[in-house]
Ligand binder design. Structure first.
Ligand code: SF4
Ligand code: SF4
Length: 537
């Protein structure tokens, strides 16, 4: 197992962008500690019925592959070229204009040319040419083609697990080539011979065992939610109940397990629970659909489908009308981009109508699932709750657009609307670091593990530098976001690059500002920090 010491920030920031002397085809991967993730454990592969469970690590010489591993991968590639038109198109149409080259946070943070999206795609495209195109078969290297060797496979593993599937590069590609889709296929092919990372397969295996990434049993979930309601009562004097597995409730609420299990997500979760209580919402949470996140997105299309299906199976079992989803990243990418054709349309549910405002969410006509920020922004816009933004005056906020809600669903304005209504000091980061051009946290797509820490700090550098600018210019001390992975990965990133900035969910801001019926005077925010007088941040 490798846990390397991370260089200091002033050392890490000195990135060299020189072009290497040798051809990119002849530079075998160096599995340097701190820059890769541990292999999937055999027990998790077995639990998920994935091929070739065994003890191995990427830094090993021998990867213990099946004897016919090349044939397995090439057959898998053929199948996917036939099945996914986008994959074949992305293999054929890149004109190497270079518009994407400097847009990836991993390239910016490492200077490694293979982290340029165009070259990351070329790792697999070169193999495609060799086995699936006539010029590649005849002219080989001259046509940019190469054999599928063990070195190539190792290179795929290293660089497809140095891509967070964030899709920033796709925003700048004139052809719309989506590197995240290519990475997903690359990971799927690696999966066929048992090469995957534990930080992806363990949460997925836990989901099948207990319903959520963290392996929390139903009793543990109930206990955690009770702790949170105790904390709400301590801070506000209001006792909030959380319905669990309530059949016939109008709405099923699903959120990432990290929201009710780990700080700072727990404060966001308190915000949701306070809001639902204040509105008198007829909702339920579920101990079966106890996870909003979908780590299948980082493993295979088949796994995405299996994990997504349980949310809808539970909605059917409980007999709810529609679903609200919490602040999550990949859950929303899956719901907006894949659910409809994988498990949908969810015709057994109703088109969501807010029982509070009467708003009909036509955008959720097929998925029957509304983002909590859409729901809350609508409640605020219709004047259905009382808010006191001055309770957040000790905070100077900036907002990190989480990659998936931003680029996969265009959710830019609703979180900003909530922020602008719940605090008085909000400062945007620079234009090329927000909204659809937002920079990734550097540790999504299963890369947020400890052994990969140097790469996380490198990949997260562009995000951190944009936060640093608003910290230095406006005294920003809090970074808000709407993704549970971000709430796990941004705190260490901030601690490393901008230590005076901490991380929160948008519904934590709301929980602080929400004036509840029958509440006591509140001297502190949800974290227990004193609320200062208005205008004295
Ligand atoms: S921007 Fe698009 S077309 Fe240009 S090099 Fe990148 S992937 Fe290829
Ligand atoms: S999807 Fe994101 S991480 Fe992957 S190559 Fe593109 S910019 Fe880089």
């Amino acid at each position: 197992m490798s846990f390397a010491k991370i260089p200091k920030p002033d050392e890490l920031i000195r990135v060299k962008y020189d072009m290497p002397g040798k051809s990119w085809m002849n530079t075998p991967v160096d599995f340097r500690p701190g820059t890769w993730s541990h292999a999937g454990a055999a027990k998790n592969l077995t639990a998920l019925d994935l091929p070739n469970p065994r003890a191995w690590q990427p830094s090993d010489e021998d990867w213990k592959l099946p004897e016919n591993w090349q044939a397995i991968i090439l057959a898998g590639m053929k199948e996917r070229l036939e099945k996914y038109r986008s994959f074949r198109l992305f293999m054929d149409i890149c004109v190497r204009c270079g518009a994407c080259a400097d847009k990836c946070h991993f390239y910016i943070g490492t200077g490694d040319p293979k982290n340029m999206p165009v070259l990351r795609a070329e790792l697999i495209r070169s193999v495609y040419r060799r086995y699936f195109t006539t010029p590649g078969r005849i002219f080989g290297k001259l046509a940019g083609a190469r054999d599928l060797t063990l070195d190539v496979l190792k290179e795929w593993f290293y660089y497809f697990y140095q891509c967070t599937e964030c899709r920033r590069c796709a925003v700048f590609c004139p052809y719309g080539i989506d590197q995240a889709e290519i990475t997903m296929i690359g990971r799927e092919l690696l999966n066929l011979v048992g090469c995957n990372i534990n930080w992806v397969v363990e949460p997925a295996a836990n989901c099948f065992r207990t319903g959520n990434h963290l392996g929390i049993q139903p009793g543990g979930m109930k206990d955690m939610l009770e702790f949170l309601t105790d904390d709400i009562e301590e801070r506000t004097g209001v006792r909030v109940e959380v319905p669990l597995n309530k059949k016939g409730a109008e709405i099923l609420f699903i959120t990432p397990s990290a929201d009710y299990f780990a700080d700072p997500g727990t404060y966001t979760c308190m915000g949701y629970l306070m809001l639902f209580h204040e509105l008198g919402l007829d909702y339920t949470m579920s101990t079966y659909a106890s996870e909003g996140g979908n780590f299948g997105l980082f493993n295979s299309h088949e796994m995405i489908k299996r994990l997504n299906a349980k949310m809808y199976a539970e909605a059917r079992r409980l007999g709810v009308k529609w679903i609200i989803g919490g602040e999550c990243g990949h859950m929303w990418r899956v719901v907006n981009q894949y659910m409809d054709t994988m498990n949908g349309p969810a015709d057994f549910l109703e088109v969501p109508v807010s029982p509070v405002t009467g708003t009909r969410f036509e955008n959720a006509r097929s998925t029957k699932m509304v983002h909590i920020c859409e729901f809350t922004a609508d409640v605020i816009r219709n004047g259905k709750i009382r808010l006191d933004p001055s309770r957040n005056d000790h905070l100077r906020i900036t907002f990190h657009d989480s990659c998936n809600p931003a680029r996969a669903m265009g959710l830019f304005d609703e979180p900003r609307y909530i922020i602008n209504n719940t605090c008085n000091y909000f400062f945007e980061m620079r234009e090329d670091a927000i909204r659809e051009k937002t920079f990734c946290c550097g540790a999504g797509a299963g890369l947020g593990n400890d052994e990969n820490m140097e790469m996380r700090m490198r990949g997260g550098m562009p995000r951190a530098m944009a936060v640093k600018e608003v910290h230095e210019k406006y005294g920003v001390n809090r970074l808000a976001c709407i993704c549970a992975v971000d709430r796990a990965t941004l705190p260490p990133l901030m601690e490393y690059w901008v230590p005076d900035v901490s991380v929160m969910g948008v519904h934590e801001l709301l929980g602080n500002a929400l004036v509840m019926k029958g509440e006591n005077e509140r001297p502190t925010d949800l974290r227990g920090y004193p609320i200062k007088e208005t205008g004295t941040p």
